[in-house]
Design a binder for this molecule. Structure first.
Ligand SMILES: NC(=O)c1ccc[n+]([C@@H]2O[C@H](COP(=O)([O-])OP(=O)(O)OC[C@H]3O[C@@H](n4cnc5c(N)ncnc54)[C@H](OP(=O)(O)O)[C@@H]3O)[C@@H](O)[C@H]2O)c1
Length: 328
């Protein structure tokens, strides 16, 4: 892949997709192909095939998916399964039929078996039952990465898959109900600070350990994979370091300037005690993250404030609001 190649980033308005576009532009890529959902619905197979036939696409990175936090994922499993299956099957098949030289698909650390040993190694995939609350999402994602592997084996296509850990950064989803742990926590501490609340309640004991990666570090890592990784086997991408949720909460308190107390509600479930990736394979490709968690969180909070992400708090659909697609 070089700066003259035509690169199609599917899902360029999302957390990962927007970071990929930033990274490619910074590196001087001149032919980045982008289509919003209104211009090209990736659930529409005929439209996607036509788009690939009309454009000479060299490289594809699939950052489009239906993504959400635990609640949204568990309540809408049919939608997560259907949409993610169709997006993967449609794009991967269209790429295979239209001369795409390389394609990168994204799985996720949350599709490893629920009780897999830690740190998570690539070979643990499909070795045990999945987490029931996101089974729909996980099955679809596994189908997507297996499709890449099978096109690789049957047709010799250079279609690869990466398994990112929990991501955060500019462009994240800060929705009050649908967001992941970092944007959700940042939001709660932000408003607690504004309201001068005496306490912020965090679910569980705070002892479970989780791994996080800044999305700009992910984008750099994915570029390395586009340049140097050709194996059909999935490859993990993460910091390889986990921290207790309790420490994350205190870091967030510091970053948002919150002065009250943090209370851990131990009547609420803790979830898996530890989730962290084994990242030895990607480290061997000479990639490592630049951001420490603290630096990454500080710069994300600065971005949130600059972009007034938490204004218009009553609005449910933050993303569309932010893009000016809807107004209050
Ligand atoms: N976020 C994480 O912590 C994380 C962790 C591990 C792996 N991943 C993986 O990374 C990938 C990207 O995740 P993300 O967090 O960047 O998600 P995101 O912020 O929700 O972005 C997803 C993008 O996909 C687009 N999209 C979804 N359905 C579409 C459709 N039918 N037609 C056209 N575009 C469609 C969305 O368009 P709209 O903007 O129009 O909604 C959005 O731009 C996913 O495969 C996810 O599994 C994410």
């Amino acid at each position: 892949m070089d700066t003259k190649s035509t690169v199609f980033v599917a899902g360029h308005r999302g957390l990962v997709g927007s970071a990929l576009v930033r990274m490619l532009k910074n590196k001087g890529y001149e032919n980045i192909l982008l289509k919003s959902r209104d211009e090209l619905d990736l659930l529409d197979q005929a439209a996607v095939n036509y788009f690939f036939q009309q454009n000479k696409i060299d490289y594809v990175i699939i950052a489009a998916a239906k993504v959400g936090g635990i609640l949204y994922n568990s309540r809408c499993q049919a939608d997560f399964l259907y949409e993610n299956l169709v997006i993967a099957a449609t794009l991967i098949n269209a790429a295979a039929n239209n001369g795409v030289r390389k394609l990168l698909y994204l799985g996720s650390s949350c599709i490893y078996p629920k009780l897999a040993e830690q740190p998570l190694k690539e070979e643990y995939l499909l070795t045990g039952p999945l987490e029931p609350t996101n089974e729909g999402y996980a099955i679809a994602k596994i189908a997507g990465l297996k499709l890449c592997e099978k096109y690789n084996m049957q047709y010799g296509k250079c279609f690869i898959s990466a398994m990112p850990t929990n991501l955060y950064g500019p462009g994240d989803n800060f929705h009050p109900e649908n967001s992941h742990v970092i944007p959700g926590m940042m939001r709660r501490f932000h408003f607690a600070t504004l309201r001068n609340d005496p306490e912020v309640v965090v679910w569980g004991t705070g002892s479970p350990r989780r791994e996080f990666l800044h999305v700009d570090d992910l984008a750099e890592g994915l570029h390395v994979l586009m340049q140097r990784y050709h194996d059909p086997q999935v490859i993990n991408i993460g910091s390889g370091e986990d921290i207790p949720i309790k420490d994350l909460a205190y870091l967030m308190k510091d970053i948002t300037g919150y002065k009250g107390e943090i209370v851990f509600d131990t009547t609420k479930p803790d979830g898996t005690p530890r989730k962290v990736m084994d990242v030895s394979k990607i480290k061997a490709l000479d990639w490592k993250p630049d951001y420490s968690l603290e630096e990454g969180l500080r710069s994300t909070y600065e971005w949130v404030l600059e972009n007034k992400i938490f204004e218009n708090d009553d609005e449910k659909d933050y993303r569309r609001l932010r893009r000016g697609e809807i107004r209050l």
